[in-house]
Design a protein around this ligand. Structure first.
Ligand SMILES: [Fe+2]
Ligand SMILES: [Fe+2]
Length: 152
Protein backbone atom coordinates (compact mmCIF):
# COMPACT_ATOMS: atom_id res chain seq x y z
CA UNK A 1 0.00 0.00 0.00
CA UNK A 2 1.34 3.44 -0.93
CA UNK A 3 2.13 5.66 2.02
CA UNK A 4 -0.05 8.67 2.70
CA UNK A 5 1.62 12.08 2.73
CA UNK A 6 1.21 12.21 6.50
CA UNK A 7 2.81 8.80 6.96
CA UNK A 8 5.75 9.82 4.79
CA UNK A 9 6.23 13.08 6.66
CA UNK A 10 6.10 11.45 10.10
CA UNK A 11 8.38 8.58 9.09
CA UNK A 12 10.86 11.11 7.75
CA UNK A 13 10.69 13.12 11.00
CA UNK A 14 11.47 9.98 12.96
CA UNK A 15 14.28 9.03 10.60
CA UNK A 16 15.86 12.44 11.23
CA UNK A 17 15.56 11.83 14.97
CA UNK A 18 17.23 8.43 14.59
CA UNK A 19 20.21 9.99 12.78
CA UNK A 20 20.59 12.47 15.60
CA UNK A 21 20.39 9.63 18.16
CA UNK A 22 23.08 7.59 16.36
CA UNK A 23 25.41 10.58 16.26
CA UNK A 24 24.70 11.57 19.85
CA UNK A 25 25.19 8.06 21.26
CA UNK A 26 28.44 7.49 19.39
CA UNK A 27 29.71 10.80 20.75
CA UNK A 28 28.52 9.99 24.28
CA UNK A 29 30.20 6.57 24.13
CA UNK A 30 33.41 8.42 23.38
CA UNK A 31 32.86 11.14 26.01
CA UNK A 32 31.70 8.99 28.95
CA UNK A 33 34.28 8.12 31.60
CA UNK A 34 32.50 4.99 32.95
CA UNK A 35 33.25 1.96 30.75
CA UNK A 36 29.79 0.44 31.40
CA UNK A 37 28.20 3.64 30.13
CA UNK A 38 30.48 3.66 27.09
CA UNK A 39 29.21 0.18 26.21
CA UNK A 40 25.59 1.17 26.88
CA UNK A 41 25.83 4.16 24.54
CA UNK A 42 27.52 2.03 21.87
CA UNK A 43 24.71 -0.54 22.11
CA UNK A 44 22.09 2.20 21.88
CA UNK A 45 23.76 3.70 18.78
CA UNK A 46 23.61 0.29 17.09
CA UNK A 47 19.93 -0.13 17.92
CA UNK A 48 19.15 3.34 16.58
CA UNK A 49 20.94 2.40 13.36
CA UNK A 50 18.58 -0.59 12.99
CA UNK A 51 15.63 1.76 13.49
CA UNK A 52 16.98 4.12 10.83
CA UNK A 53 17.34 1.21 8.40
CA UNK A 54 13.76 0.07 9.07
CA UNK A 55 12.43 3.58 8.42
CA UNK A 56 14.53 3.95 5.28
CA UNK A 57 13.02 0.67 4.08
CA UNK A 58 9.51 2.05 4.66
CA UNK A 59 10.30 5.10 2.52
CA UNK A 60 11.74 3.03 -0.31
CA UNK A 61 9.59 3.25 -3.40
CA UNK A 62 7.95 6.45 -2.16
CA UNK A 63 8.97 9.74 -3.69
CA UNK A 64 10.69 10.80 -0.47
CA UNK A 65 14.45 11.11 -0.63
CA UNK A 66 15.48 11.78 2.94
CA UNK A 67 18.10 14.49 3.15
CA UNK A 68 19.84 14.62 6.47
CA UNK A 69 22.99 16.44 7.43
CA UNK A 70 23.59 13.84 10.14
CA UNK A 71 23.31 10.73 7.97
CA UNK A 72 27.04 10.78 7.39
CA UNK A 73 29.55 12.41 9.68
CA UNK A 74 32.99 11.78 11.05
CA UNK A 75 32.53 9.58 14.13
CA UNK A 76 34.58 10.39 17.23
CA UNK A 77 38.06 8.98 17.34
CA UNK A 78 38.50 6.68 20.35
CA UNK A 79 38.19 7.76 23.97
CA UNK A 80 37.48 11.48 24.40
CA UNK A 81 36.51 11.45 28.09
CA UNK A 82 39.29 13.95 28.85
CA UNK A 83 37.08 16.59 27.24
CA UNK A 84 34.63 16.43 30.17
CA UNK A 85 36.80 18.49 32.53
CA UNK A 86 37.30 21.33 30.08
CA UNK A 87 33.62 21.58 29.19
CA UNK A 88 32.19 20.90 32.65
CA UNK A 89 30.33 17.86 31.32
CA UNK A 90 29.63 14.82 33.52
CA UNK A 91 28.42 11.27 32.84
CA UNK A 92 25.22 12.21 34.70
CA UNK A 93 24.59 15.00 32.21
CA UNK A 94 25.10 12.67 29.24
CA UNK A 95 22.54 10.26 30.70
CA UNK A 96 20.07 13.02 31.47
CA UNK A 97 20.28 14.35 27.95
CA UNK A 98 19.94 10.86 26.46
CA UNK A 99 16.87 10.14 28.60
CA UNK A 100 15.31 13.42 27.56
CA UNK A 101 15.97 12.51 23.90
CA UNK A 102 14.32 9.09 24.31
CA UNK A 103 11.24 10.66 25.88
CA UNK A 104 10.94 13.00 22.91
CA UNK A 105 11.53 10.22 20.36
CA UNK A 106 8.98 7.95 22.02
CA UNK A 107 6.25 10.59 21.76
CA UNK A 108 7.26 11.30 18.19
CA UNK A 109 6.71 7.61 17.37
CA UNK A 110 3.41 7.73 19.24
CA UNK A 111 2.20 10.39 16.81
CA UNK A 112 3.41 8.35 13.83
CA UNK A 113 1.65 5.21 15.13
CA UNK A 114 -1.63 7.05 15.59
CA UNK A 115 -1.48 8.53 12.07
CA UNK A 116 -0.65 5.20 10.37
CA UNK A 117 -3.14 3.97 7.80
CA UNK A 118 -1.21 0.87 6.71
CA UNK A 119 -1.43 -1.75 9.47
CA UNK A 120 1.98 -3.19 8.65
CA UNK A 121 3.58 0.26 8.98
CA UNK A 122 1.68 0.80 12.22
CA UNK A 123 2.96 -2.49 13.67
CA UNK A 124 6.57 -1.70 12.77
CA UNK A 125 6.31 1.78 14.31
CA UNK A 126 4.73 0.34 17.45
CA UNK A 127 7.62 -2.10 17.73
CA UNK A 128 10.17 0.69 17.43
CA UNK A 129 8.28 2.84 19.94
CA UNK A 130 8.37 -0.01 22.46
CA UNK A 131 12.13 -0.25 21.96
CA UNK A 132 12.50 3.52 22.52
CA UNK A 133 10.64 3.10 25.81
CA UNK A 134 13.07 0.32 26.69
CA UNK A 135 16.00 2.64 25.88
CA UNK A 136 14.50 5.17 28.30
CA UNK A 137 14.23 2.41 30.92
CA UNK A 138 17.88 1.41 30.40
CA UNK A 139 18.96 5.04 30.79
CA UNK A 140 16.74 5.56 33.81
CA UNK A 141 18.17 2.45 35.49
CA UNK A 142 21.73 3.61 34.77
CA UNK A 143 20.93 6.96 36.41
CA UNK A 144 18.92 5.61 39.30
CA UNK A 145 21.52 2.97 40.25
CA UNK A 146 24.16 5.72 40.43
CA UNK A 147 21.97 8.00 42.54
CA UNK A 148 21.50 10.46 39.69
CA UNK A 149 17.74 10.15 39.34
CA UNK A 150 15.82 10.79 42.53
CA UNK A 151 12.42 9.16 42.42
CA UNK A 152 11.24 10.44 45.82
FE1 LIG B 1 15.46 4.67 17.65
FE1 LIG C 1 16.25 5.13 21.31
Amino acid sequence: MALTNKEKMLIEDNLNAEYLCIRKYEQYASMATDSQLKQMFTDLANKEREHANTLKGMLQGSNVTPQNIFESYTPPNGDQSAIQGNLGITDAQLLEDALSTEKHVSSSYNTAVLESVDSNIRKQLQHIQKEEQEHAETLFNAMNSRGWYKVN
